[in-house]
Design a protein around this ligand. Sequence first.
Ligand code: PGA
Length: 249
Amino acid sequence: MPRTPFLAGNWKMFKTGQQAVDFIREVVPLVAGRAGREVALAVPATALFQAAEAARGSGIAIGAQNLHWEREGAFTGEISAAMAAAAGASLAIVGHSERRQLFGDTDEWVSRKLAAALGADLLAVVCVGETLAQREAGRTLEVLSAQLRGSLAGLSATAAGKGLVMAYEPVWAIGTGKTATKEEAQETQAFIRRELSAMGLPAESIRILYGGSVKPDNAAALMAQPDIDGLLVGGASLKADSFAAIVNF
Ligand code: PGA
């Protein structure tokens, strides 16, 4: 089954609602000519509504960067999948390494957030990746395998086929300017696909994105790898021209 290339920006804690609107107005004409690619922007929760309104009809999907797994409740500061969807999100990032490292997200929490996202009909972009210490200790595959099994626990093949997108983001490559080489990324992503298959999931139809210091000048080489089906872009997604150059790789 062909896997439609998926190019997603992750704005992290950057941009107000108005800045999101300005960005989208600027980027839409720059990416308009591209058929057969899915384009998405994960924006701060405060910008979801305005971004979704601005992107309406453009083909650019708007997403949340995190969710709580409950539908509602006494969880100060959190938003639910249903709330993100009502504000205009059609996807959510789940288990980004910054959530895992700075805010205590565990594999178990990620699995609950994933279920909540899919339950609200959001596409879920589930992130996994090893730290530098884990890579240097030769533990990359073991770490990824454990993250995959924990984060995707309880996920059915049908739900995965409908709404799961994976992202491999080596922690040492995020925001550091140090990209995994295309060979390293390919080898690791082929391993992730084999693991998905071993877990009984429809691995051949699940997109696996690469993330970590993606820039306009390395996007095409990464996308040429057979197991890299898209890119998750942080820093380079903050400017319309560099994000457009990546989308149009
Ligand atoms: P970066 O971030 O492109 O700035 O390295 C990627 C990410 O964290 O998703």
